[in-house]
Ligand binder design. Structure first.
Ligand code: 5GP
Length: 193
């Protein structure tokens, strides 16, 4: 997605060998016009799939997931990272190792929000090693629901996330795909949409 690539070039910052900071439009301050445009692209790709829920993980997946759910006309559910005393009923959980925080946390979704009739689109801000998406797939499958695809804003294609998800037979659609960072600069591979 060319507009997104332009935002990454203009406003992204490479940190070290494999981290991209995009806090001015995606992970902290959110560019709502960009979110709308990205949501439309995810809708065009997945509209035939009969999506009934969009699922993401807090916090940075919430913005793109919410806009996507809105254009698809379905609810958005975000997996929670910390236990909450108000989550008293059945909870589905998975362990997720965070690439950026380097800690494992238990993420959870209340079982009442997912059922075996659901066709789920997972949306997340980044795909690195695929651990966040894998945890969400685990939870969705515990509910007996079907994962129709994973929509990613920025895929770091030099990490193993796509491989891991495709090995599970899951369709991955990334709006920007990054090759290895060279001299602190981002290089793009051909995106999926
Ligand atoms: P994965 O679970 O695929 O290894 O990593 C994806 C998660 O880690 C995303 O939800 C995102 O929050 C975070 N993440 C991974 N790589 C980056 C990065 O380069 N920049 C930022 N800002 N977050 C990242």
């Amino acid at each position: 997605m060319k507009v997104l690539e332009q935002h990454i070039l203009d406003r992204g910052q490479v940190l070290g060998e494999n981290i991209l900071k995009v806090d001015s439009f995606l992970t902290h301050q959110v560019d709502t016009q960009l979110m709308k445009a990205m949501a439309q692209v995810f809708k065009d790709v997945f509209q035939e799939a009969g999506i009934t829920k969009v699922v993401t993980i807090e916090a940075s997946g919430i913005a793109p997931a919410l806009y996507t759910a809105e254009v698809l006309g379905v609810p958005m559910i975000f997996a929670k990272k910390s236990k909450n005393i108000t989550m008293t009923e059945g909870i589905l959980t998975a362990e997720v190792y965070s690439f950026t925080k380097q800690v494992t946390s238990t993420v959870s979704i209340a079982s009442k929000f997912l059922s075996s009739d659901d066709k789920v689109l997972i949306i997340d801000d980044f795909l690195a090693n695929g651990q966040a998406a894998k945890g969400l797939i685990d939870i969705i499958e515990q509910a007996g629901a079907k994962v129709e695809g994973v929509g990613i804003v920025i895929e770091k294609s030099f990490q193993d996330g796509r491989k891991l998800l495709e090995a599970k037979g899951i369709r991955v659609v990334s709006l920007a795909r990054l090759g290895q960072f060279v001299d602190g600069k981002v290089q793009f591979l051909e995106a999926d949409a």
